[in-house]
Design a protein around this ligand. Structure first.
Ligand code: KIV
Length: 300
């Protein structure tokens, strides 16, 4: 083991994820939008960290994912990759950064790899254009994760946040789309808000791993938005979220305690402040007093 890698977990790759699917080892994925969160998620041993465009809502306060720009996504992805040692970092191609034409998609995907050091990109849907983009990116060595089911960038076209693939006919279309992504070279596909039975059958049909969010436990892996899991983002809580902490209340209480201590002059105490020696302090006071006296003489 080299000095550089000593003690640190091995880098997760798209090949690792394929291996995990083969072994039946579930793949653990979470989002991160900043350096310190990425460090925590990575240290906890999560396999894949997605810099999701959900950051538009969760980190930037927009109502949908649409508003986030390439520059903002790059900014957050850079912060995340600085904090990650072993997880595979996937960057979400934001709305309208790949839907216009193939060269636009290639340019933007390339920026995530070149400027932000992401390992892979994610895009939504399986239109003929998306499939061509996947094929071209994979051909140039950029791994692509697909995203099917409820695709938030199409929220208006889908008529709102709705479970997808509820009829046998819709489910067949979903499975065909997933297969098409696999054939185009995607290394994995996220299934969002898909009935458990449909996601399970789809997963059995696929060679590449499926990552579920609101798609039951038959998928090869699971992903959640970290701020949802930690109870930090509380604007809404989808049914598929399990909260493992209540950071919002915890943080509000901690910050309230800080405010109380500041107002009561109990923060900072001497252990949280810097000191000079008694002699230096005495000399400082004498110098100030002499200065005042001098100014007093001059004004007389
Ligand atoms: O943007 C995001 O966070 C996502 C996940 C919820 C899959 O796409």
């Amino acid at each position: 083991m080299s000095k550089h890698t000593q003690g640190s977990a091995k880098q997760v790759s798209t090949h690792t994820l394929m291996k995990y699917k083969g072994e039946g080892r579930k793949i653990v994925c979470l989002t991160a939008y900043d350096y310190s969160t990425a460090q925590i998620v990575d240290r906890a041993g999560v396999d894949v960290i997605l810099v999701g465009d959900s950051l538009a809502m969760v980190a930037l306060g927009h109502r949908t994912t649409h508003a986030v720009t390439m520059e903002e996504m790059l900014h957050h992805t850079r912060a995340v990759t600085r904090g990650v040692k072993s997880a595979l970092v996937v960057a979400d191609l934001p709305f309208m950064s790949y839907q216009v034409e193939v060269t636009q998609a290639i340019t933007n995907a390339g920026r995530f790899i070149k400027e932000a050091e992401a390992h892979a990109v994610k895009l939504e849907g399986a239109t003929p254009l998306s499939l061509e983009i996947v094929e071209r990116l994979v051909g140039m060595g950029i791994p692509v994760m697909g995203h099917l089911g409820f695709t938030p960038q199409s929220i208006h076209g889908l008529g709102g946040t709705k479970v997808q693939g509820k009829t046998a006919e819709d489910a067949v279309k979903l499975i065909r789309d997933a297969k098409a992504l696999e054939e185009a070279g995607a290394f994995s596909v996220v299934l969002e808000m898909v009935p458990k039975a449909v996601a399970t059958i789809l997963t059995e049909e696929m060679k590449i791993p499926t990552i579920g969010i609101g798609a039951g436990n038959g998928c090869d892996g699971q992903i959640l938005v970290t701020d949802d899991l930690l109870g930090k983002f509380t604007d809404f809580q989808p049914r598929f979220v399990r909260r493992y902490a209540n950071l919002s209340d915890l943080c509000t209480e901690a910050i309230g305690n800080y405010a109380r201590d500041v107002k009561a002059k109990q923060f900072p105490d001497d252990s949280e402040s810097f000191a000079i020696s008694e002699e230096e302090e005495l000399e400082l006071r004498q110098l100030i007093a002499a200065d005042m006296e001098l100014k007093g003489e001059l004004t007389c």
